[in-house]
Design a protein around this ligand. Structure first.
Ligand SMILES: Nc1ncnc2c1ncn2[C@@H]1O[C@H](COP(=O)(O)OP(=O)(O)OP(=O)(O)O)[C@@H](O)[C@H]1O
Length: 717
C-alpha cells in the first residue's frame, strides 16, 4: 500500500494558505464588482459603452461560479532566478493589483500541477523548475486541507494517491464526473498529447477513457491551442448507445463544454442522411445473440465485417465513377449568353470536353464531394471561353447558374446515397462491376450471401446498422461529410469516439473526411469489444484506418475496489493474456456470491445488503433484454422497486435499475449485481460471452454481487 500523507489539517503552511485563499476570494469579488459597475465601463460612444458593459457582465458571470473554490492546486516554481507560487484552478483569474492570480488547469503552466517532470521551458525560452506541488481542499471559500504531493526536499510524498483514494471512495452519481482536481500523471499526458494528430487511446474498464475524452475536449477549447483550438458547437462525441450518451453528457457544463453534440454513430448517420423516420435495427446482433448455429453466426459475422471493411470505400467510389461515366456518355452543353456591351457568345462543352473535365474531378476524389467539384469545374471551363473582367464574369455566372445546376444534375442523375447503396448491395451484377479489381471472389460471395434470412424484419421501413456506413460512404463521396451549418457543410473541429473498438474501419475512413486533419480522438478497450462484427479487429487496424495516429495506453483502473478489479481482471485474462488490470489499491467489501434460490430472490437480497451498506445507485445487470424486463417485475414481489432500462430511449436517473449488459456498458454504479452469473447465461466456451461477463463484472465502484440459481460461472466461484 502507498504511504499515506499526514492528515492535511496539521500542515505547517495551513494558516498561510488560508490567508492567501481569503485574499484571492476578496480580489475576485472586487473584480466582479468592478465589472458589474456600469458607471466604470464608458467607451468613446454609446455603442462602444454598451458593448463594453455587456462584455464586462459576461466576464463577471463567468468568474462568479468559481469564487467559492478559486483553485485546488498550488505550485512553487523557480523561474528566471525567482521563486514564486502559482495557483491552479478551474478558471483563470488575473489579479491586476496583487498576488492572487489563478492559472486554469488547461493552460500549459497549469499542466505542471499534474506532470511528474520538474523542469519546463516557457514559450519565451526561459527554463523553470517545479519545487513543490500541493493539493488544496477548498469548499465554500474555506480551506479544509493542505496535502503536499511533491517537495524538492522529500520527493514524492504519496499525497497524490491519498487525495485520489478519498475521491474514489465517494458515492456514484447519476452522471459522469469532472476529475480535474485529481487527474493522474498518465492521464494528464494523454489528454495533453499534441493536437492535430489523431489519437487512439486504449485502456481497461474504469481507466477513465470516457472521462478523459471530455477532459481532452476541454483542453482543446483553450486559447493556448491556437490553430488547433476547437469550438464546442463544432465538436462531436460519439457514444455506443443513447443511455451512455445522456449519462456522460451531464459532465458538459462543469467542463464548459455546453454546445458539444453527444450522440451515437447510428443517430448521427441517420440524421445526416435524413433517415430519422426509419427504424434502425441490428439484425446481425439479434442473430448472434439468439441463433444456436455456429455456422450461421460465423456467416453473419463475416458479412457484417465485409460491409464495414475499408475496401468498401473503394467499391463505392468505383460504383459512383461507373455510374457517372455512363451518365455523361453522350452528354453535351451549348448556350448563348449576353455579354456586357450587348454582344452575345456561345459557350459549349462537347462530350469529350465534359468527359475530360469530369475525369479530372474523379481522379482528385474531392473532399467536398463530386457534385460540387463537378459544378465548379464546369463553371470554370465555360467562363474560360470568354475574356472578361471580374465584374463582367459575375454577370455571366448569374446567367449560367440554372443551366450549370441542371447540367451537374445530369452528371450525377440517379445517384442517391440510400437508394444507390441498396442497389449496390443487392444487385449482383452491379456489385461485381463495382468491385472489379478490388474484392476477391470469396468476399463477393460473402457480400452476396444472406445469413440473416431467418431474422425477422421490422414491419415498417428500416435500415440495418451494418449498411449505414455504406450509405454514408455514398453521401460522403457525392456531397461531402461534416456538420450542417445552414445549407453549408463544415468540417468538425474535433471528433471524440468512445468505445472506439466498435467502429468499423469504413466508418473511420469516413469520419476522417468529416473533421479537421488529425482531429480524431478514439478511446477503447479491446477486452470490452462486444460488437466485433461491426468493429475493428485491433488497435492496429484502427490506426491503419485513420491513416496515421498516435497510440497511447492508460494502464491503471480507478473505478472499482481491489476485490472487484481482481475478479473482473480474472475474466478478461481468459481471452486476453495481456488483460491483467492494475487497479488503484482501494480496499472494499468482499464480492458477494449468492446461489440456491431464484435469481429474483437472490438479487433482492443483494440489493438490500448493498442498500444497508449505504449504497444508493445499484444496477442489476442481466445477460439479455428479456431477462431484465422480467426481473424488474419479479423484484417487486421481493419488495424491491427497480427501474427497468431495456432500450436506448430509457433515461438512467440513479437508484436501483435492472438493465441488460449491452446497455450497462460504460455506465457505473455504487453497487453492481450480475444476475444469472452462470455458465447457462455466459457460455464459458465462447469468447464473446467472456467479454460480456467482463463488462458486467466491471460496472461496480464499491460493491459487486454475483448471483446464480445453482452453480456460479467457473470464473466467478
Ligand atoms: N483521475 C481521476 N480521479 C478521480 N476519479 C477518476 C479519475 N480517473 C477516472 N476516475 C473515475 O474512474 C471511473 C471510471 O472512469 P470512466 O468511466 O471514464 O472509465 P472508462 O475507461 O471509460 O470505463 P469503461 O471502459 O468501463 O467505460 C469514474 O468514476 C471516474 O470518475
Amino acid at each position: 500500500m502507498t504511504q499515506l500523507a499526514a492528515p492535511p489539517i496539521h500542515h505547517p503552511d495551513f494558516e498561510a494558505e488560508a490567508a492567501h485563499l481569503s485574499g484571492t476570494v476578496s480580489a475576485m469579488l472586487q473584480q466582479i464588482d468592478a465589472w458589474e459597475d456600469r458607471s466604470r465601463t464608458n467607451g468613446a460612444d454609446l455603442e462602444t459603452s454598451l458593448v463594453m458593459q455587456d462584455t464586462a457582465e459576461e466576464h463577471a458571470a463567468t468568474l462568479s461560479p468559481h469564487v467559492h473554490k478559486p483553485y485546488f492546486g498550488a505550485l512553487m516554481v523557480r523561474i528566471a532566478g525567482k521563486t514564486q507560487p502559482l495557483y491552479v484552478g478551474n478558471h483563470a483569474f488575473k489579479d491586476l493589483k496583487g498576488p492572487h492570480s489563478v492559472l486554469s488547469w488547461e493552460s500549459e503552466v497549469g499542466g505542471l500541477f499534474y506532470a511528474q517532470t520538474l523542469p519546463w521551458q516557457t514559450p519565451r525560452g526561459l527554463s523553470g523548475t517545479v519545487l513543490r506541488r500541493r493539493q488544496l481542499d477548498v469548499q465554500d471559500k474555506t480551506l479544509h486541507g493542505v496535502t503536499d504531493l511533491y517537495d524538492a526536499e522529500t520527493g514524492e510524498t504519496g499525497g497524490r494517491e491519498a487525495v485520489l483514494l478519498k475521491r474514489l471512495s465517494e458515492a456514484a452519481t447519476a452522471g459522469m464526473r469532472n476529475v480535474v482536481e485529481t487527474l493522474q500523471p498518465e492521464q494528464n499526458e494523454i489528454l495533453r498529447a499534441s493536437a492535430g494528430v489523431h489519437l487512439c487511446i486504449q485502456g481497461p474498464a474504469g481507466s477513465g477513457k470516457t472521462t478523459m475524452l471530455y477532459h481532452r475536449l476541454a483542453w482543446l477549447l483553450h486559447p493556448e491551442r491556437r490553430e488547433h483550438r476547437a469550438r464546442p458547437e463544432a465538436c462531436m462525441v460519439l457514444m455506443p448507445n443513447q443511455v451512455l450518451a445522456r449519462y456522460s453528457a451531464r459532465i458538459l457544463p462543469s467542463l464548459h463544454l455546453e454546445g458539444v453534440t453527444v450522440t451515437t454513430p447510428e443517430a448521427w448517420a441517420t440524421s445526416f442522411l435524413g433517415l430519422e423516420k426509419l427504424e434502425i435495427v441490428d439484425r446481425t446482433l439479434t442473430l448472434l445473440l439468439t441463433d444456436a448455429s455456429k455456422a450461421r453466426r460465423k456467416a453473419a459475422w463475416r458479412k457484417a465485417r465485409a460491409l464495414g471493411d475499408l475496401s468498401m470505400l473503394r467499391v463505392v467510389r468505383q460504383y459512383l465513377h461507373q455510374r457517372i461515366r455512363a451518365n455523361i456518355a453522350s452528354l453535351k452543353y451549348l448556350a448563348d449568353v449576353s455579354l456586357p456591351g450587348g454582344s452575345k457568345a456561345t459557350l459549349t462543352l462537347d462530350t469529350p470536353a465534359l468527359q475530360a473535365l469530369v475525369e479530372t474531378v474523379l481522379a482528385r476524389d474531392p473532399l467536398e464531394g463530386l457534385r460540387i467539384a463537378v459544378r465548379h469545374q464546369i463553371e470554370e471551363a465555360l467562363l474560360a471561353q470568354v475574356r472578361l473582367d471580374e465584374d463582367e464574369l459575375a454577370t455571366v455566372r448569374r446567367q449560367l447558374r440554372a443551366d450549370i445546376t441542371q447540367l451537374t444534375g445530369k452528371v450525377v442523375t440517379g445517384l442517391l446515397p440510400v437508394l444507390s447503396a441498396r442497389q449496390l448491395l443487392s444487385d449482383e451484377a452491379t456489385l461485381r462491376r463495382a468491385a472489379t479489381g478490388i474484392l476477391p471472389e470469396r468476399t463477393l460471395q460473402v457480400l452476396l450471401s444472406d445469413p440473416l434470412a431467418a431474422v425477422a424484419r421490422p414491419r415498417r421501413s428500416y435500415a440495418d446498422v451494418t449498411e449505414l456506413p455504406v450509405m454514408l460512404a455514398m453521401a460522403a463521396l457525392l456531397d461531402g461529410l461534416g456538420r450542417r451549418v445552414g445549407r453549408e457543410l463544415e468540417l468538425y473541429d474535433h471528433l471524440a469516439l468512445d468505445e472506439a473498438q466498435d467502429y468499423s474501419p469504413l466508418l473511420y475512413a469516413l469520419l476522417i473526411r468529416a473533421t479537421r486533419k488529425g482531429h480524431i480522438t478514439a478511446l477503447g478497450d479491446k477486452n470490452q469489444g462486444i460488437h466485433g462484427y461491426k468493429g475493428v479487429a485491433d488497435f492496429g487496424e484502427m490506426q491503419a484506418a485513420l491513416g496515421s495516429a498516435r497510440l497511447m495506453t492508460l494502464s491503471r483502473t480507478y473505478r472499482s475496489t481491489r476485490q472487484i478489479t481482481e475478479l473482473s481482471s480474472k475474466v478478461a485474462q481468459t481471452y486476453n493474456r495481456t488483460g491483467a488490470v492494475v487497479g488503484v489499491d482501494r480496499d472494499g467489501e468482499a464480492v458477494l456470491r449468492l446461489t440456491g434460490d431464484t435469481v429474483a430472490a437472490l438479487c433482492a437480497q443483494a440489493v438490500k445488503a448493498m442498500q444497508q451498506a449505504g449504497h444508493v445507485n445499484i444496477a442489476v445487470v442481466t445477460r439479455r433484454v428479456s431477462d431484465a424486463e422480467q426481473l424488474a417485475a419479479d423484484l417487486q414481489c421481493h419488495d424491491v422497486d427497480a427501474q427497468a432500462i431495456v432500450n436506448e430511449q430509457a433515461r438512467y436517473q440513479g437508484q436501483v435499475v435492472v438493465m441488460p449488459v449491452n446497455l450497462a456498458k460504460g455506465l457505473e454504479f455504487d453497487g453492481c449485481i450480475v444476475a444469472g452469473a452462470d455458465a447457462a447465461h455466459y457460455d464459458p466456451a465462447v469468447e464473446y460471452e467472456a467479454r460480456l461477463l467482463y463488462v458486467s463484472t466491471s460496472r461496480g465502484m464499491h460493491a459487486l454481487a454475483v448471483v446464480a440459481e445453482e452453480e456460479l460461472h467457473p470464473l466467478l466461484s
